[in-house]
Design a protein around this ligand. Structure first.
Ligand code: HEC
Ligand code: HEC
Length: 393
C-alpha cells in the first residue's frame, strides 16, 4: 500500500521511518525503510513475520494481467487499487439489489432478476464482450444500487486474532443490558463467526483473500475455483483451470494479517470521557481479548485495541443497502466499523458518504441513533474533544 500523504504527514513519516529503521533492520544486508505510517508490520514481528509481510506486500501490490487469469469479468486488477490511498479506496465495489415497497427489503426473486449476482463487474478480459452492470430499470421493481469503498486493511490481523469467546461475551453483555444497543455475531453456514467485510460475512483472512481474488479480480484459486457468472457464459479465461495456487492466496493474506494498527498518540482523557458519555464505546468497544493460540505469537493472548465489538448492528433505513445473503446480516445491519487510523481517511462509512467524523456520527441511525443524539446534545467544546479523540484512534 502507499498513501497519498500531506506534506506534514510525509515529513513525519520520513522521520518515523528514519528513527526506527535500525530496529526493523530485517534480513541479510538489505534494510527496508517503510515511510508510510499506515503500512507498518505489527510490533514484535519476528524475522519470519517480516519476511511474510514483505512477500505478501508485493503480491498485494501486484497488477494481474489477463494472461495470469484476470477476468473474464472483474472490477480491478490489483488488491491495492481498492486498498491503496491512505489505507482506504480509491477503488470501490458497486452492489445492486431489487427492493420492495419499503425501499429497503430485498425481494425474494432476486436471483431470477439479477442472474449474474448483486455485484457489478464492469471490466472485461479474455474474450468477454459484456461486463456485469446494474440493468436498466426493471419496472415495477426498485433497483437499489449502492457502493462499498475499499476499507483500510491495517489492523485486520488483530480482528482475526480476537477470540470467539470475547465476541460472544460482548454479544451477551449487550443483550443483558436491555438497552437499544444489542449487536449480534454474524454466524456463517459452517458455524464460525464472521468478522471480515462490512457485514462480517467471512471468518478468516485466507478465505477473504481467496474471495477477493475471485470476486474482485476474476482470479480463481483452489478455495474458490469457479469463475464468476457473466453474461457471455464464459467458464474460463486465458489461463486454463485454476488461476492461482493457494500459497499465493495465503501469502497475500499473510501481509494483511501482519499489518499493524497505525500508532496512536495524544489521546486525551477528556476526549475519552466524552466518547464514553455519548455511548460510542457501547459498540466501538476499545479492546477485545485475542486467542492464546493465535498462530502469530505477537498477537496471541493480548488485547486488540480495535474500537469495535465485531458485532452486527441495525443502523436504520438511511444506511441500509438492501443486500442480504452475507451470513445472517440483514439489509440494515453492519459490523461496527473498527476505529483505526481515522486520521488517514477523507470519507467515512461503508460507502464513503460522510466527509467528516462529525457527519459519520450524525448519520448513525437505528441502534446508533442514541449515540448520535447524545453527541448532538453536547456543547461544541465537548463535541470537539470527542471528535479529536476519534481522529487520533
Ligand atoms: C474492486 C475493489 C477491491 C479489490 C480489487 C480488492 N478489494 Fe478488498 N475490499 C473491497 C471492499 C469494497 C471491501 C468491503 C467489502 C464488503 O464487505 O463487501 C473489501 C474488504 C476487504 C477486507 C476486509 C476488511 C474488513 O474490514 O473486514 C480484506 C481483508 C480485503 N478486502 C483484502 C483484499 C485483498 C487481499 C485483495 C486482493 C486479493 C482485495 N481485497 C482486493 C474492495 C476491493
Ligand atoms: C449501535 C452501535 C454503534 C454506536 C453506539 C456507535 N457506532 Fe459508530 N458505527 C457503527 C457501525 C455499525 C458503523 C458502520 C456503519 C456503516 O459503515 O454504514 C459505524 C461507523 C462509525 C464511523 C465511520 C468509520 C469508518 O471507518 O468509516 C465512525 C467515525 C463512528 N462510527 C464513530 C462513532 C462515534 C464517535 C460514536 C459515539 C458518538 C459511535 N460511532 C457510536 C456502530 C455504532
Amino acid at each position: 500500500m502507499s498513501a497519498r500523504l500531506s506534506p506534514v504527514l510525509l515529513s513525519l513519516a520520513v522521520a518515523l521511518g528514519a528513527a526506527s529503521c535500525g530496529e526493523r533492520g530485517g534480513g541479510a544486508g538489505l534494510t527496508v525503510v517503510r515511510d508510510d505510517p499506515s503500512d507498518q508490520p505489527i510490533e514484535g514481528a519476528t524475522a519470519e513475520d517480516q519476511r511474510l509481510f514483505d512477500e505478501g506486500d508485493r503480491l498485494f501490490e501486484r497488477v494481474y494481467r489477463p494472461s495470469q487469469g484476470l477476468g473474464p469479468v472483474f472490477i480491478q486488477s490489483s488488491c491495492r487499487a481498492c486498498h491503496g490511498a491512505g489505507g482506504r479506496g480509491p477503488g470501490s465495489v458497486t452492489r445492486m439489489t431489487l427492493v420492495g415497497d419499503d425501499g429497503v427489503s430485498a425481494r425474494a426473486d432476486l436471483a431470477h432478476r439479477l442472474p449474474f449476482g448483486t455485484t457489478a463487474r464492469p471490466q472485461r478480459a479474455a474474450g468477454a464482450t459484456r461486463g456485469v452492470i446494474p440493468p436498466s430499470v426493471l419496472a415495477p421493481e426498485r433497483l437499489l444500487v449502492s457502493r462499498r469503498v475499499g476499507p483500510a486493511v491495517f489492523g485486520r490481523g488483530w480482528m482475526e486474532a480476537v477470540s470467539d469467546e470475547a465476541i460472544l461475551a460482548e454479544e451477551a453483555r449487550q443483550s443483558a443490558s436491555g438497552g437499544a444497543v444489542s449487536g449480534r455475531a454474524n454466524r456463517l453456514a459452517d458455524g464460525r463467526i464472521g468478522r471480515f467485510g462490512v457485514k462480517a460475512r467471512v471468518a478468516d483472512l485466507d478465505t477473504f483473500s481467496a474471495e477477493a481474488f475471485q470476486g474482485d479480480m476474476g482470479l480463481t484459486s483452489p478455495r474458490v475455483p469457479t469463475e464468476v457468472a457473466n453474461p457471455d457464459g464464459l467458464t474460463d479465461d486465458l489461463r486454463p483451470g485454476v488461476d492461482l495456487g493457494d500459497e499465493v492466496v495465503r501469502a497475500t493474506a499473510g501481509y494483511v494479517r501482519r499489518l499493524a494498527i497505525p500508532a496512536r498518540s495524544g489521546l486525551s482523557a477528556e476526549g475519552r470521557r466524552r466518547y464514553e458519555q455519548a455511548g460510542c464505546s457501547g459498540c466501538h468497544v476499545p479492546s477485545m481479548a485475542t486467542r492464546a493460540d493465535f498462530p502469530v505469537a505477537a498477537m496471541a493472548g493480548r488485547e486488540a485495541a480495535l474500537y469495535s465489538d465485531l458485532l452486527l448492528h441495525d443502523m436504520g433505513d438511511a444506511l441500509a443497502d438492501g443486500i442480504v445473503g452475507e451470513g445472517l446480516a440483514t439489509e440494515r445491519e453492519w459490523r461496527t466499523a473498527p476505529l483505526l487510523g481515522m486520521r488517514f481517511f477523507r470519507s467515512f462509512l461503508h460507502d464513503g458518504r460522510a466527509r467528516s467524523i462529525e457527519e459519520a456520527i450524525r448519520l448513525h441511525g437505528g441502534e446508533g441513533a442514541g449515540a448520535a443524539a447524545a453527541f448532538e446534545a453536547m456543547s461544541p467544546a465537548d463535541r470537539a474533544a470527542l471528535v479529536d479523540f476519534v481522529r487520533r484512534l
